[in-house]
Design a binder for this molecule. Structure first.
Ligand SMILES: NC(=O)c1ccc[n+]([C@@H]2O[C@H](COP(=O)([O-])OP(=O)(O)OC[C@H]3O[C@@H](n4cnc5c(N)ncnc54)[C@H](OP(=O)(O)O)[C@@H]3O)[C@@H](O)[C@H]2O)c1
Length: 323
């Protein structure tokens, strides 16, 4: 039975019921199962797929018949995740590719390699995520959370545009999904200091700011790529018990332990966005538990057009892409 809309919304406003496994259990009762084989013939790339939600997303996509590429920064961990996927889904088509998405040079190299080898790509899931304990810069001089969550994904999406366009058809667009976080509700777009050079650095704040940027970037890319038949969505997974939560937020994990979702539950909406018809009929939407969610709870929190334009300029200038 479907959760009444008002109850569903109240779950999210109260955070714990909505984000925990309680919300997942209550909502899933009203969901239709995704059709096995619904992703046959589709190739989907998942970043940060060596563990946690990325590996679970890859397993969920493979279960629906997709050919999946695990995009990882460590070949050994990627091979282990691929072995686990094949053990769970014998016969699954799974590949492993090494790319550090925080490195613009590596993203450019990887995207060129994909363009050379693939005639078409149908889906891309920007899942790789970090919560740096201290301010760290990449070799190219960008703050690590910004590079991992925003600049690398922007560049990868843009550089894969030709193969994503080739994967799109009038009845089935190619799909790009950003795995953001409910933590983004606590942050606004950091237009003055996106590289977090001023003030006291906090990994949690850097994380929330860049997760907010992902949601706005998904909206901007949705407009940018619409004419190519590519839809772009963002989502948040709720709270799931992953290696990342264990290492970056041990106190949070101790308190919320039994309420945390499994990896599969956290990954569910990212998988659904690649497969469900509804997600192909819209673009630039923020989702959680298979439903569109507000990006702001207070109207005055919404970004100004100038702030949105500044994010676009930041991405274009940092990557050298065309506006
Ligand atoms: N778990 C939650 O409750 C939760 C809640 C909200 C949002 N999220 C989001 O969900 C996504 C996955 O989170 P998770 O909890 O599964 O985290 P996780 O367990 O830490 O996994 C993160 C993955 O990203 C990879 N990664 C990090 N930096 C990378 C880079 N530069 N290039 C390529 N791969 C990189 C990691 O690879 P290594 O194996 O090499 O470290 C790992 O596979 C993140 O974007 C996170 O912000 C999670």
């Amino acid at each position: 039975m479907q959760l009444p809309r008002l109850v569903d919304a109240a779950f999210d406003r109260l955070v714990v019921p909505g984000y925990s496994r309680l919300g997942y259990a209550a909502r899933r009762a009203g969901w239709q199962a995704l059709r096995p084989g619904s992703l046959e013939g589709r190739t989907v790339l998942v970043t940060g797929a060596s563990g946690g939600l990325g590996a679970a997303t890859a397993r969920g996509l493979a279960a629906l018949g997709a050919r999946v590429e695990l995009v990882v920064r460590d070949r050994g961990r990627g091979d282990q995740a691929a072995d686990a996927l094949r053990a769970e889904h014998p016969g699954a088509a799974v590949g492993v590719a090494v790319c550090d998405v925080s490195s613009l040079a590596d993203v450019r190299r990887y995207a060129a390699e994909v363009r050379d080898r693939e005639a078409a790509v149908h889906g891309l899931v920007h899942n790789a995520g970090v919560m740096p304990p201290e301010r760290t810069e990449t070799a190219e001089g960008h703050e690590l959370a910004l590079a991992t969550h925003v600049l690398g994904p922007f560049l990868l999406t843009r550089e894969l545009r030709p193969v994503l366009r080739a994967g799109a058809s009038p009845t089935s667009p190619s799909r790009v999904v950003f795995v953001s976080s409910g933590g983004m509700y606590t942050a606004s777009l950091p237009t003055d200091d996106p590289e977090f050079r001023a003030g006291t650095y906090s990994g949690g704040a850097a994380y929330a700011r860049t997760k907010r940027m992902q949601v706005v970037l998904a909206e901007l890319l949705a407009d940018d790529l619409a004419s190519d038949g590519i839809v772009v969505h963002s989502m948040h997974p709720g709270w799931a018990d992953t290696p990342g939560v264990a290492s970056s937020m041990p106190a949070f994990r101790r308190v919320t332990g039994p309420l945390l979702r499994t990896d599969e539950q956290g990954a569910d909406t990212a998988v659904w966005l690649q497969a469900a018809a509804e997600a192909g009929h819209s673009t630039g939407v923020f989702w959680h538990d298979r439903a569109p969610r507000p990006t702001h709870y207070l109207p005055r929190g919404a970004e100004t057009p100038q702030a949105r334009a500044a994010l676009w300029t930041l991405c274009v200038d940092a990557t050298g892409e065309t506006a």
